[in-house]
Design a protein around this ligand. Sequence first.
Ligand code: 26Q
Length: 819
Amino acid sequence: MTSRSGYWRFTTDTTPEGIREAILTHLRLSLARSPDTATPFDWWVSTAMMCQDHIVDQFLATYRAQKADKVKRLYFFSLEYFLGRLLPQNLINLGILEQTKKALTGLGLDVDQIFEEEPQIGLGNGGLGRLAACFLDSLSTLRYPAFGYGLHYEFGLFHQDIINGYQVERPDDWTRFGVPWEIIRPRFSQVIRLYGSIEWDKQKPVWVGGKEILGVPYDYLIPGYRSPVVNVLRLWRSKSTVEFDLEAFNRGGYFEAVAEKSFCESISKVLYPNDKTEIGRELRLIQQYFFVSCSLHDIVRRFLNEHTDFDDFPSKVVIHLNDTHPAIAIAELMRIFLDEHNLPWSKSWELVSQCFAYTNHTLMPEALEKWSVPLFERVLPRHLQIIYEINKQLLDSVPTTIPQRDELIRQISLIEETQPKLVRMANLAICGSYSINGVSALHSELLKKELFHPFYILNPKKFHNVTNGITPRLWLLASNPRLSNLITEAIGEDWPTDLEKLEGLKSFVADPAFQEKYELVKQSNKAELSSLLKQRYNFVIDPDALFDVQVKRIHEYKRQHLNLLHILSLYRRLLDNPNLDIHPRVFLLAGKAAPGYDLAKCIIKAINAVGNKINNDPRVNKKIRLYFVPNYGIWLASKIIPAADVSEQISTAGKEASGTGNMKLALNGALTVGTMDGANIEILEAVGEQNIFIFGLKAEEIRQLSATGYCSRKIYETDPEIKYLLDWLGSGEFTPGESPAVLQPLVHSLIDGGDPFFVLADFHAYKEIQSKVDQQYKDRKMWISKAILNTASLGWFSSDRSIQQYASMIWHLAPCLPK
Ligand code: 26Q
């Protein structure tokens, strides 16, 4: 097990020679290895330790300054942080990437090989977790005082293998060989309680009994890009409060004691691999409460270190809820004020309701978190009492004059009157927060108009929009060095912290010399990806083909099956007409399905089955190919995105809250094929309608169609092409040697399952826009100029802009610089 040893200080020399010495010293003194026996992993660890040396002093200075200035801090609460590999990102932010590469090369090492030794930190499912990671990068870059809080999962998001076309999951044991980044601080551990009961002591409730769990903080230091500020991501790991129960051992109850220990450790064992709510899982509720309680106690402790009067709490502490997953924090902070610090109810509520801000990340009503009251009462009895009281006051506060008051009260209540009753976490988050926001303009509007309408009526000023963003340090500088160099050559080197400077590229859109260089960049990225995929998976990909990319979690609403139906249609047309004049195209899809989401897994199987057929059919495989790339994550994204020509963003309108892959791809010069959904709409506004391919029903049209009755079976029966394609897909032809029923669930969902995401309704519009894509791609000059325009127009989608909006509009936060 590797751990950082802090007994010696290295000079933070940033020359290649200094870096080389630091790496060698760590290899010898921290790892007790010599260069002739060191493995690539040893070299990686030594390099990471050298990098960390450059970060720690900056961290100490940052914290010292924050404390001296008694600053207001942001506390970002998230169950997910999808960080990926930290070494390249940290080296870039510190400005020592090139020197480090030189040092490693000088030691006779292969830099890429060393970097790939780093286990990826996959503590997230998808967009929400990656957004949290991008936000941490921007917070440090913009010098805001901030802490991220979350869980130190022992197992992150599963690895996906594709075996015979099926997704097979493997556990992600990312900490197995130790993590040189983490600083374990057992002295700042917290003890939290679960289960038990409430006793009354002179009218004061006391939560007693149940289980006590220890939370141990693991700190990750987050440097900003060329910034003196280093913030902290503090992740809690659960442990038993008793390391070894000697008493139980002596009385022969050893196995019981071990079971108890294993329960405690199970809390932070594994990330839930769903990106949709799975109602009623006790361990998930415990995960949420465990990390929230540890974090809030840590925050109150830090506050009391620096201040004396709780009245100052809201001006020094803002807590951001990344979706409802940490919403129990509202009841927990109430409990801490009421029961642990003896503040009266009204004072506690006054403070609590000024501290929290909540971001919603989904419009799907079925994805809102709800917990059954009996479960809640068993696990968190005191919190249920508090929630009942908050609810009483909330409902009493509704003016008697308001129209349809009873209906409104039923909708905003924190309790859903079902059998059993349910606690609605979104309602708790809204009523306890002073700010609620969505993550794209459309999404925020729909929150006000539909999902949270009753709350909006009562309190319209609470509602905001902050459109998501992505960090250009990862999604351009680190992932696409060729394009980054070209941009710097053209407009200077300020763009990574001021992304709207990319506008400067607009004057090069029609410049033939620049176009040529831009095309060469894209071409090289495509060639690099082709050879990577050839090497790893034996995929055969012509770098001159159009690279058509759909990479994201697999979900019906994201409609990978709409993509697939179009590919099938192309296949059919090519078989019918071998001379069909289309530019060769490679369809690349990648993404994980939640392990319990059978239809999503069936979509993966269908993509692989159709791909297998097409790729091995010499009649068409020079024109089209279809590959599913296994185990999509941050690293694969950073390889695929710079090589994409077309970005598929084809969710059912009104379903994708924002999307961030859409931004990553457009920034890297892929043209979007997209619906009027999420941030696609704002991307359209930024790039102009000539530079994007928009198709399909709009959110309002989808709503109307649902209301008036959408019948997918009727489409199937009356549309010969759709009928043919669905029958073909379900015929068994694509799954030779397996039951012909393998793809039936997918076909069935589109016909008699009612096609809940309007795939058939949008099929023809999609097919048409795809043929427009094909025609336009043939005009290479025109296409390249549109790609350049996409890069030039995407500056606003930097996560720096998102964070600046949060800081000024919602958090009321000021930067703090180390002296
Ligand atoms: C909840 C309860 C139990 C188990 C799992 C969950 C759970 C976990 C993760 C529910 C949802 C998520 C993740 C959601 C997510 O990634 N949403 C995406 O957030 C992005 C950032 O705002 C948006 O761009 C995407 O549109 C949105 O889908």
